[in-house]
Design a protein around this ligand. Structure first.
Ligand code: MLT
Length: 209
């Protein structure tokens, strides 16, 4: 069942099975809160979801933070918006009574980038992330201890929008801070293919609360 409570970001929510995780679904540029909902069934049919809409508009397209050009981020806005999203998650945990639920961010492209920023800045809010086509979102994130954080990152060797160099920098940044990172490198471009989803599903199932 989908519920909608008034919170600081428009969103969709479904509780799922109480013993399964809640997936925080974060769409890419131009998407909305409906986009990634089909991924829930592919990753874990018992899972619930919390699926907000990005608060920034770029010529009408919803995003999670401002950018100056493609791949050139407004880093001050990345920090502000990562905190905004973290605050929304805490608000939703309270509103929907999710205190004991395992919460896993699942982001694509711009949604993966804000999930990575939130993990680097506020790791206690959502310590597990599945990142499809992510880049390094911040040039100089704080030296936090991310021991206990778990990240699955899928990255395309031919992705012109999230280049491997930037994805590799993100992996290095996370591992230097002691996060447990599984890198799934494929040969395709910017997207989510069935084998990426299968790898993410196996990663998600490998740990239960
Ligand atoms: C971003 O702006 O986050 C990345 O360039 C990916 C995109 O949304 O196009």
């Amino acid at each position: 069942m989908t519920e909608q409570t008034t919170l600081s970001l428009p969103h969709r929510f479904a509780a799922g099975d109480p013993s399964a995780p809640i997936l925080l679904l974060l769409h890419g540029t131009g998407g909305d809160e409906n986009d990634l909902i089909p991924l829930r069934a592919a990753l874990d049919p018992a899972a619930g979801y919390l699926s907000p809409r990005g608060p920034v508009r770029e010529r009408g397209a919803a995003r999670w933070f401002r950018r100056l050009a493609e791949g050139v981020f407004d880093h001050e806005d990345v920090v502000v918006r990562a905190n905004q999203l973290a605050d929304f998650v805490l608000e939703a945990r309270e509103a929907y009574g999710l205190h004991d639920r395992r919460l896993v961010a699942v982001g694509f492209s711009n949604g993966a980038n804000i999930a990575a920023a939130m993990l680097l800045l506020r790791p206690e809010v959502v310590p597990e992330s599945i990142l499809f086509a992510a880049m390094s979102p911040l040039p100089d994130p704080p030296e936090q201890d991310l021991n206990g954080a778990r990240v699955f990152l899928s990255s395309g060797a031919s992705d012109p929008m999230a280049p491997v160099e930037s994805a590799d920098l993100l992996v290095k940044t996370l591992r230097t801070r002691k996060a447990d990172v599984s890198l799934h490198r494929h040969l395709r471009g910017h997207g989510i293919a069935p084998d990426d989803v299968a790898a993410a599903r196996a990663w998600l199932a490998a740990r239960t609360r």
